[in-house]
Design a protein around this ligand. Structure first.
Ligand SMILES: [Zn+2]
Ligand SMILES: [Zn+2]
Ligand SMILES: [Zn+2]
Length: 308
């Protein structure tokens, strides 16, 4: 049972739910969060190949240009000497001598008010003697005062890069595919069905990837192998509206025509409203339509078709 399927079975998934990559170094890098479950990207790639997940857009992460590490820290440094010995502070400027520095440097223990250490004058009137240009930085190494520090990125292997030197790596945003949704909302319990089939020497596989005559890959939700080695695919059609059902049936007809090695395809419909309509368009030797809201009836019918 794939991870995603087991997640789906306990998760009520919204049609438009998008799963975006998250950086979680404690989980080893990029992960996706499905409710309370966290799944690493590598595992989801397998689900994507099986057709359970589809990528819809992507999210880029910055990586170290030297080692591609995703674990980056932002560091601020002096733009002149690159020292990391900088302090952030409210700045103050003495207009007369243009001395600029952190406000603390203008405070005096002995005198009241502000005092310029450079020209040793008292600063009394804000806007006339002195001003407050805002937040800035001062380098303790070269004494430079600046508003915009050099922004550096350091990876966990201690490679230091400027922000514009970083590379990007994209990871897909995922949505759950129709195949997975179909499986997750099955009327039947795959374990019960597989048990029953097994007792009758019929092998079954969940989510099988098969190559069609056209070269296209198709995912079959369930593939049965009868004792005579004939393969039978089980498909599920879900649809709210008539046009959705017709569209789904049309896709299945194309898929069935491409999968020439499949002896028979069993199509399970929710309810039995449209069974006659589809029976009319599908070749009854190749596509057999089963419909019931009762899982036990479905099990029996599937078994009957498989042992025929
Ligand atoms: Zn690095
Ligand atoms: Zn001064
Ligand atoms: Zn400096």
């Amino acid at each position: 049972m794939s991870i995603v399927l087991s997640l789906l079975s306990e998760e009520s998934l919204d049609e438009n739910n998008e799963f975006r990559p998250l950086l979680k170094p404690e989980f080893g890098g990029i992960v996706y969060s499905f409710g309370s479950v966290t799944v690493p990207y590598e595992k989801l790639r397998v689900s994507e190949k099986k057709g359970l997940l589809k990528s819809r857009g992507f999210t880029s992460f910055s990586i170290c240009p030297e080692c591609e590490s995703l674990n980056l820290r932002t560091e601020l440094a002096c733009p002149d000497c690159k020292s990391r010995g900088i302090v952030k502070s409210d700045l103050m400027i003495h207009y007369e001598c243009q001395n600029t520095g952190p406000i603390e440097e203008f405070q005096s223990n002995i005198r009241n008010g502000y005092f310029c250490q450079k020209c040793r004058k008292e600063l009394k009137r804000v806007g006339i003697d002195y001003g407050n240009p805002g937040i800035g930085f001062k380098c303790s190494n070269c004494e430079k005062v600046f508003q915009f520090p050099l922004v550096l990125s350091q990876c966990d292997a201690n490679h230091v890069s400027k922000i514009d030197e970083l590379e990007l790596k994209a990871f897909p945003n995922y949505v759950v595919s129709k195949t997975a949704k179909g499986l997750s909302t099955l009327l039947i319990d795959t374990h019960v069905l597989q048990d029953l089939l097994g007792k009758n020497s019929i092998k079954s596989q969940i989510l099988c990837q098969l190559r069609g005559a056209s070269g296209a890959n198709h995912v079959v939700p369930m593939l049965l192998t009868a004792p005579d080695r004939q393969e039978i695919a089980i498909e599920f059609i879900h649809g709210e509206s008539q046009s959705e059902l017709e569209q789904a049936m049309f896709q299945l007809l194309l898929k069935s025509a491409d999968l020439t090695q499949i002896k028979k395809m069993l199509v399970i419909l929710e309810g039995d409203g449209s069974i006659d309509k589809f029976a009319g368009v599908a070749n009854p030797l190749k596509i057999k339509i089963i419909a019931s809201k009762d899982p036990r009836i479905l099990y029996e019918q599937i078994l009957k078709e498989a042992v025929q």
